[in-house]
Design a protein around this ligand. Structure first.
Ligand SMILES: Nc1ncnc2c1ncn2[C@@H]1O[C@H](COP(=O)(O)OP(=O)(O)OP(=O)(O)O)[C@@H](O)[C@H]1O
Length: 264
């Protein structure tokens, strides 16, 4: 698996006003990596992720998955939404089976994968419940394993923990990590939470509010599970917080500078 975003731009025209949200964005994600797009509100993270998912098109540039251009949604890219987007009329079991049925996976294989995923997410015994009968954490875990059930090449997650409070968020990050470590699917996640980015990611790509310019592509070289109070962890945190402050700086960049900042 190799995902690459090449020279991607997105322009919206609202009431005749041109709004360039992304301009000349370049990066790649390698097989098995957990990569996070971190940036201030409105910098274009969701726009970028939804273009990769194929929910909307780029104005210029391309998204390549294993060298093939993708421009429409497909089962090779799973998506986890902030509000979980579970089907409320389906049980946990039916929600998780849904992507496998769409992929026409044989029944026996489906049942086996279902049990595997339920165990991974510690949801055994909950398969008959409907989403509204689940806690926030259970909904999040169900959404995560439902996205994994279709065996996507890459899992795209848009602020998957955005709807939960601070303390619960840390617990869910640990749960997400433990499921991900067992499954090892390539992940590209959007967040504006520095701590979440450092705790979960192999790489953090920092975007600026200025046309989604990439300010830094930072490898997080810490053993898992990570100690949030560790010296090196805190150094990463201070560095990224400072970078985010810079990311908010909205003055126009010198022409051509964006290209220097793009780290492929
Ligand atoms: N369909 C659209 N039409 C016009 N403008 C849009 C559209 N979608 C997004 N935008 C604009 O693009 C910019 C980037 O939005 P986007 O949601 O990608 O940012 P974000 O970084 O994900 O923000 P947040 O962290 O707050 O979710 C915003 O200024 C937004 O108003």
């Amino acid at each position: 698996m190799n995902l690459s975003v090449e020279n991607l731009s997105k322009v919206f025209i609202n009431d005749g006003n041109v709004h360039t949200v992304l301009s000349g964005v370049n990066f790649t994600v390698q097989e098995g990596q957990f990569v996070t797009l971190l940036g201030p509100s409105g910098c274009g993270k969701t726009t970028l992720l939804t273009i990769i998912a194929g929910f909307q098109s780029a104005t210029e540039g391309s998204v390549l998955l294993n060298g093939q251009q993708v421009s429409t949604p497909g089962p090779d890219r799973g998506f986890v939404f902030q509000n979980y987007a579970l089907f409320p009329w389906m049980t946990v079991r039916e929600n998780i089976l849904y992507p496998m049925k769409r992929r026409k996976m044989p029944r026996q294989q489906r049942e086996q994968r279902l049990q595997e995923l339920l165990t991974m997410a510690q949801l055994e015994g909950k398969e008959g419940l409907y989403p509204q009968q689940l806690s926030g954490g259970m909904k999040q875990r169900t959404a995560f394993i439902r996205a994994l059930a279709g065996s996507p090449e890459v899992l795209l997650m848009d602020e998957p923990l955005g709807a939960v409070d601070f303390q619960m968020r840390q617990i869910l990050q640990e749960e997400l990590e433990s499921i991900w470590l067992k499954d090892q699917t390539t992940v590209l996640m959007v967040t504006h939470d520095v701590d979440e980015a450092i705790y979960l990611s192999d790489r953090v790509i920092v975007m600026s509010a200025q046309q989604g310019n990439i300010l830094e592509d930072l490898a997080i070289k810490l053993h898992r599970p990570r100690n949030r109070n560790g010296e090196k962890y805190i150094k990463y945190k201070v560095h990224l917080m400072n970078l985010l402050k810079k990311a908010l700086h909205k003055e126009p960049e010198a022409p051509g500078k964006e290209l220097e900042l793009c780290l492929a």
